[in-house]
Design a protein around this ligand. Structure first.
Ligand SMILES: Cc1ncc(COP(=O)(O)O)c(C=O)c1O
Length: 441
């Protein structure tokens, strides 16, 4: 390590990092530059970013066009309030571009600065909607065990990973968790002849009946679970979920914070199953991480219920940075790039190459399963079929020493590289991970 880097690391102690523990935040990589899929550290290392930052830098690092879009907009107007009778051109243009872009009938956007705020907004909007519909008792949110929905208080307790709750309880009332449709490790009970998709959907119906449909506002799900270990659901799951939500008048919130904007091989992932949500949460890749932006899109039906609100029923919700002019300008330019470079198709083609390559690693006895959809993949590390997070961590570190960044999620190593990645770089991910695995066996 260079003296410079040691100094940076010492000074870095003055900030608190996300999901912080003093034992794990030691000798962080100090990144000073990025280009394409590559990150460069202050001590001269070159690292292939197999995670596109945090699943978000879809267009890759160092894009001049995005820097220019931010610069131009900042000079013109960096920010103005979107509250109280004001608006701005980039937010108008981006909302217009997004109308119907993800799903037909979702034509209205509310902007946030990220995914947690998007999900909080989704929950509040669902509650608002039911109050306007004269059903104020519908306030609970059902989510899945293993899900990740963010870090604000409400999205923390919608999240189905207990380690995010432990130090922040007591749990908020009104958040109910059900088993996820994880084909490799299904936690619920399978009835005779039942598929995992059907069983997990049945759990939703049973939870609705147990809690009472008249107490439930919405069900939230990531189409492909990310932080919970890259879980790709069976094909029968989401069509059944949609039917159940309709049957019991429950809003369906799709958390597409990771899966949105091409990552899985469709612009938005529920398209794989021909299913439409009532509310869509998005963030991350809307700007490829070049600016802080997220939001929700709501169905025309929800929008219409707002139109006739009484004076006392205003949607008293909004952030200083809702519709941030510079962030929206970057989002617009990024969408232009993603369309021009056809990211859903790239994700399908290069994702197949990555998945096939990673599957070749099944020859290692500790690789239990390799799964993925488009350019998001998970490699499950096991010892005699039991999850082995310690070994996954060892492989993660060995890969990092070989200049490959993945993300250890319990016993699963996740890969979600920029969608601008090239074939030889996909092969490099597989080669470096293989070498890391070789070194620990
Ligand atoms: C599915 C999902 N939802 C919500 C979030 C929260 O987004 P943010 O970190 O931008 O608040 C994340 C972050 O990783 C996510 O993966």
């Amino acid at each position: 390590m260079t003296t410079d880097t040691a100094t940076w690391i010492e000074k870095d102690k003055k900030q608190l990092h996300p999901v912080y523990h003093p034992k794990t935040h030691v000798n962080p990589l100090v990144i000073e530059r990025g280009e394409g899929v590559w990150l460069y550290t202050t001590d001269g290392r070159k690292i292939l970013d197999g995670m596109a930052g945090l699943w978000n830098v879809n267009a890759g690092y160092g894009r001049e066009e995005l820097a220019q879009a931010a610069y131009d907009q900042m000079k013109e107007l960096a920010f103005t309030s979107n509250f109280s009778g004001m608006t701005n051109l980039p937010s108008i243009q981006l909302a217009d571009k997004l109308a119907g872009f993800a799903y037909e009938g979702l034509n209205t956007t509310f902007f946030t600065s990220g995914g947690s705020e998007a999900n909080d907004s989704a929950f509040k909007t669902a509650r608002y909607y039911w109050k306007r519909k004269g059903k104020p008792g519908k306030y609970k949110i059902i989510s899945r065990k293993g899900s990740y929905h963010g870090i604000t208080l409400a999205s923390t307790f919608a999240t189905g990973l207990e380690k995010y709750h432990t130090m922040f309880g007591p749990a908020l009332e009104g958040f109910v968790h059900i088993p996820a449709p994880n084909p490799y490790r299904y936690e619920g009970q399978l009835k005779d002849g039942e598929t995992v998709g059907r069983a997990a959907a049945r759990e939703l119906e049973e939870a609705i009946l147990r809690e009472g449909a008249d107490s439930i506002a919405a069900f939230i799900a990531e189409p492909v679970m990310g932080v919970g270990g890259v879980i790709v659901p069976p094909d029968d799951y989401f069509p059944l979920v949609r039917q159940i939500c309709d049957k019991y008048e429950i809003l369906f919130i799709a958390d597409e914070v990771i899966t949105g904007f091409g990552r899985t091989g469709e612009w938005f992932a529920l398209k794989h199953w021909n299913v439409k949500p009532d509310i869509l949460s998005f963030a991350k890749a809307i700007t490829s991480g070049y600016a802080q932006l997220g939001g929700i899109q709501i169905s025309d039906e929800i929008r219409e219920t707002m139109e006739s609100a009484a004076d006392t029923e205003a949607y008293m919700h909004g952030y200083t940075y809702s519709g941030h002019a510079m962030a929206c300008a970057v989002g617009l330019k990024n969408l232009e790039i993603m369309e021009k470079e056809n990211y859903p198709q790239r994700a399908r083609e290069l994702g197949k190459r990555l998945l096939d390559g990673l599957k070749s690693l099944l020859e290692f006895p500790f690789v239990g399963e390799v799964r993925g959809m488009g350019l998001v993949c998970g490699v499950e590390i096991v010892s005699d079929k039991a999850a082995d997070p310690a070994l996954a961590m060892k492989i993660f570190k060995a890969a990092e020493e070989r200049g490959l960044r993945s993300r250890p999620l319990g016993n699963v190593l996740a890969f979600s590289p920029p969608l601008s990645i090239h074939e030889d770089e996909v092969d490099e991910i597989v080669r470096r991970l293989g070498a890391a695995m070789d070194s620990v066996r």
